[in-house]
Design a protein around this ligand. Structure first.
Ligand SMILES: Cc1cc2nc3c(=O)[nH]c(=O)nc-3n(C[C@H](O)[C@H](O)[C@H](O)COP(=O)(O)O)c2cc1C
Length: 344
């Protein structure tokens, strides 16, 4: 499609994709965790069950493709490829924010993933700035398993053209929890969640949280890069994924906590599950794979990741995800300091 298509010449989503692909976080909290190895095994590889349950569904694979694109020609092509990979690998796939399609009814960059993959395990995403009626429209259009509501407060503040009005967000979230019939996930976008945030979310009726922490994609970096680095000293804003998971430990049995942010490989996935996550979302690492490889190569890589998760679980004498909660670990560095000072 030419440049002057329905999406217009300059598209914010394309900026996000370009800058996200360029950025490498200097620090990843998963490097601060060491899992304790066992030398005397209990299980055979074929005994290992990697299935997880969250947001009302059972998923055979513990990791999924988290919200990214839609709303531009490039976003549509990425969605098509990712959905194909997800369908072939049996992975859950979540589209980027549906708000682009709400603004532009001709936009089929989201609907196409369902049209082309009837059995796709699909979720979609919308901002907490939106009214629940927009959520209902997204659900009618895509028939997803659940709806993510993203809270991208700091991104909006740093974004030159971002919103400056936030006082309706809590009311909007309550509107979603009271009126939407499918499961909801309250989701950060890479700044992490504190226990205070989770407590507030519970008050508003949220039962599942994606704490999406710092360590991978930084939307502070991305928005700064889009406005000549005006606030680049804020690029490392927020809490890491590991610190966020440790911070919300007391809520792990009361609500469902999902991990995302800076997941690079199957070891980071297993570390997240050891810390109590119910499932693990991956964005940038899979975006990079799909940009640099053929669909067939990405399917091969992610099928191998599924197998590698089993290998690591077997090495930890964990037959299933709930066994992983008993695995011992050691914390180092900044993560250790944070947990000591926050008295977790
Ligand atoms: C290009 C790109 C676009 C994104 N768009 C959205 C979005 O529309 N809605 C959302 O909730 N999160 C969005 N995210 C955030 C991711 O879902 C995730 O929370 C964040 O990138 C941290 O994970 P990562 O380090 O694996 O990338 C986007 C991320 C990327 C890289």
């Amino acid at each position: 499609m030419p440049d002057n298509d329905i999406y217009g010449k300059m598209n914010r989503k394309d900026d996000h994709i370009n800058h996200a692909l360029k950025y490498e976080s200097a620090y990843n909290s998963f490097d601060d965790i060491e899992l304790i190895h066992h030398s005397i095994p209990e299980y055979n590889m074929e005994d290992i069950d990697t299935s997880v349950c969250f947001a009302g569904h059972k998923f055979e694979c513990p990791f999924f493709i988290n919200a990214m694109t839609g709303g531009s020609q490039r976003g549509k092509e990425i969605n098509r490829k990712l959905a194909k990979v997800a369908q072939e690998c049996g992975l859950l796939f979540i589209t980027g924010s549906y708000s682009a399609a709400l603004k532009n009814p001709d936009d089929n960059s989201f609907r196409i993933v369902r049209e082309e993959n009837k059995d796709l395990l699909l979720g979609t995403n919308i901002g907490a700035d939106k009214d629940y009626k927009d959520g209902i429209k997204a659900i009618e259009d895509l028939n997803p398993l659940f709806l993510q509501i993203h809270v991208n407060f700091m991104q909006e503040l740093i974004m030159a053209e971002g919103s400056r009005n936030f006082s309706k967000w809590q009311e909007n979230i309550k509107g979603f929890t009271e009126n939407i019939k499918i499961p909801l996930i309250l989701k950060e976008v890479g700044f992490g969640m504190s226990k205070e945030t989770v407590r507030k979310g519970i008050e508003l009726g949220i039962k599942t949280f994606d704490i999406s922490g710092r360590g991978g994609t930084s939307f502070a970096y991305i928005e700064n890069a889009r406005r000549n680095n005006k606030f680049s000293y804020l690029d490392d804003w927020g809490q890491t994924t590991v610190v966020s998971l440790l911070s919300v430990k007391e809520y792990m049995d009361k609500v469902e906590i999902i991990a995302s942010g800076g997941i690079r490989n199957p070891l980071d996935i297993i570390k997240s599950l050891v810390l109590g996550a119910k499932g693990v979302g991956i964005s940038k690492a899979i975006l990079k794979l799909i940009e640099e490889n053929s669909i067939e190569e990405v399917i091969k890589t992610l099928d191998s990741w599924k197998h590698e998760c089993k290998i690591i679980m077997c090495a930890l004498n964990s037959k299933n995800i709930s066994d992983l909660k008993n695995v011992k670990y050691i914390l180092y560095g900044k993560t250790k300091e944070f947990t000591e000072q926050r008295k977790l």
